[in-house]
Design a protein around this ligand. Structure first.
Ligand code: ASN
Ligand code: ZN
Length: 332
């Protein structure tokens, strides 16, 4: 096949207007990015099997910003994958999900009225449903970062997707998905510590999850307790999401980009944050150097302390902040 990169324009449902690296193939421009491991986006046409058909057109302009245009969700997905690629490369020096330079496929318009998105190692691809009435695609950028990060976790710590390790697996995706949203810093999607705040999955405008106080979703755990591993992994993740928020921003009330947070602590302690960039370095180092498939919350405390010691020094402010943030979510 012919590889001739071009710069295209996209108008996504959630990303607004963005540039995309496309591939010129004869008279067609394809949503395929040779500068990022050949990552591409295909149309599943509401089916659930196979690779779908690669998005391509003669204009090198994709989508119109509405979900009714089939290309708009594809723009979100292709831009989300590109941003996630760049985030891992420029933040951690990671060359793709498996660190082997190979890009993943994004499949949009997966299934009918399918209200979910997911990563699969089998196809090395992520898939996005079109949501309720096939009119609410789940292609927000923090979801893209979340799903691709499941691929990173599978290629590194391989955290088992059940019990406390499953909560850590889910939290890793929420943490990195959130970091991708901050990295993108889109005017159409001001970055925040909420997950899925634009896709309106609940139908009432509320986000899917909250990192500052996970229990605001009605189900997630703010703090560790002996039963937390019995919760669904999307709820036991709350403990680590809360840890990451506290480590980044500290406790109490705060407003950033118009989003208000009020993060409590188990022990009533007042914490100062070290910033999300350092917190992300610590989490990534723990994920890739210390977590194993069976790491639990106590193990995650030890692993992130080792990572903080490696990166910033034993008894550094950062090391002490990690210890205090875990204590603040009752992981001792
Ligand atoms: N969207 C969900 C997730 O990535 C799919 C699942 O339940 N695994 O966590
Ligand atoms: Zn997930």
């Amino acid at each position: 096949e012919k590889i001739e990169t071009a710069v295209g324009t996209g108008n996504g449902v959630f990303v607004g207007q963005v540039q995309l690296t496309t591939n010129q193939n004869g008279s067609q421009y394809e949503l395929k990015d040779a500068s990022r491991g050949g990552q591409s986006t295909s149309d599943m046409s509401n089916g659930t099997s196979g690779s779908g058909s690669l998005f391509a057109n003669p204009n090198n302009s994709f989508g119109d910003g509405t979900a009714a245009n089939r290309e708009s969700a594809a723009v979100d997905a292709q831009f989300g994958a590109a941003t996630t690629w760049d985030f891992y490369k420029n933040t951690f020096g990671r060359n793709g999900i498996r660190n082997d330079g190979v890009g993943a496929l994004s499949r949009v318009h997966y299934g009918s009225n399918y209200v979910n998105a997911f990563w699969s190692d089998d196809c090395f691809c992520m898939s996005y449903g079109d949501g309720a009435n096939n009119s609410a695609p789940l292609t927000e950028i923090d979801v893209a970062g979340h799903e691709m990060s499941h691929g990173v976790t599978a290629a590194t710590a391989a955290l088992n997707y059940s019990g406390e390790s499953g909560g850590l697996n889910e939290a890793t995706s929420d943490i990195m998905g959130t970091m991708v949203e901050w990295y993108a810093n889109l005017p159409a999607n001001p970055p925040n510590y909420q997950i899925g705040e634009l896709i309106n999955l609940r139908g009432d405008g509320s986000p899917l999850r909250y990192m500052d106080q996970p229990s605001k979703d009605g189900s997630s755990a703010d703090y560790w307790d002996p039963n937390v591993g019995n919760l669904d992994v999307h709820f036991s993740s709350g403990v680590a999401n809360h840890f990451f928020y506290l480590l980044s921003e500290g406790s109490g009330a705060k407003t950033i980009n118009g989003f208000s947070y009020n993060s409590p602590t188990y022990d009533g302690s007042t914490l100062a944050g070290i910033g999300r960039d350092k917190a992300a370095q610590i989490w990534y180092k723990a994920l890739t150097a210390y977590f194993t498939s069976t790491t639990d919350y106590a193990g995650a405390r030890a692993a992130t302390l080792s990572a903080a010691s490696d990166l910033y020094g034993a008894n550094s402010d950062e090391y002490n902040a990690v210890a205090a943030a875990w204590t603040a979510v009752n992981v001792n």
